[in-house]
Design a protein around this ligand. Sequence first.
Ligand SMILES: Cc1cc2nc3c(=O)[nH]c(=O)nc-3n(C[C@H](O)[C@H](O)[C@H](O)COP(=O)(O)O)c2cc1C
Length: 362
Amino acid sequence: MFSPNPNQATLFDPIGLGPLMLRNRIVMAPMTRNRAGDQNAAQPIMAEYYRQRASAGLIITEASQVSRQGTGYLNTPGCYSDAQVEGWRKVTDAVHSEGGRIFLQLWHVGRISHPSFQEESAAPVAPSAVLPKGEVLTAGGLLPYVTPRALEIDEIPGIIAQFKHGAAQAQAAGFDGVELHAANGYLIDQFIRDGTNKRTDIYGGLPENRGRLLREIIESVAGLWGSERVGVRLSPASSFNDMSDSDPHSTFGYLAEMLSECGLAYLHVVEESSASSFDWGPIRRAYRGIYMANGGYDRSSATSALALGNADLISFGKPFISNPDLVGRLRNGVSLSPGDRSSFYGGDERGYTDYPALEFLN
Ligand SMILES: Cc1cc2nc3c(=O)[nH]c(=O)nc-3n(C[C@H](O)[C@H](O)[C@H](O)COP(=O)(O)O)c2cc1C
């Protein structure tokens, strides 16, 4: 049984993140909840949802598409139009009014889209024309994915510009920073892993080339925000969205080294794997900076990860859906409410803003 040493970090200790001081090490993980309406703009109910969870040391919003081209789901909030900025401004004001901190997760889905989301019903774009297995939920129901169009090399500056524009809009909306969504099989991850990247130019082949798009996006976004307000999320061993890599330790070991040189706010790793034996140690050790771990953590495993120095921050996803007061519950050792999965993706306030919070004296 693990018993923490009082000199080691706990979930409830503050921590500096670049220029920010977080009041604890419990982060709300990014979670798409599909409540942004068909204009794809954050709604007032979303401000209430995030306000309820503002006792987290940091909130990372649900993924927010940086362009129409980057859209692949219904009712997700974008960050490219001015109306979308206005919607997000209500969210940041609500979280800041509670003394919380909030980063926007910047997203381009790449091949995980469908022509019905695209201008002129264009094919979705990707590093290579590799068809994902599975189906996509469109306004017309579930449809098979289509084979994406491989981006031409001269289109890549335009992709970087989309992220830069989203990052500028995030500044206008009052966020404290941004997280680049380079995980879970979306565009940046499609470049990183060799199951989806078959390119023969400088964006394909060796890990250094597959990580080039991420590096160039970081440089561009850090030019606006300062690298210390930019986080990056990776999912080295997840097969979600039909992803694979022939050598994840080499690919992500390289990335952890490369990202160590970037002066980021943090590296956020989804420590979930279809192979139960995946060894996270090499990637954790290769990254020199604030390391945020995610994936199935509870009070006990999060406490021991911090105490053992395996992580500096822990992000919690599903526990935050049904426990807006997760920080208080973890601090007081109170059991967690179970979530209702049927209301995770879309719907109204039910299963969204109606989970009760307990009163804690601290
Ligand atoms: C409803 C739901 C929506 C999610 N949406 C996102 C998302 O927008 N961006 C992202 O990076 N991960 C997303 N995830 C993954 C979570 O951030 C997290 O990695 C996953 O839930 C595992 O953490 P947990 O065991 O603490 O829930 C989502 C997960 C859930 C359950």
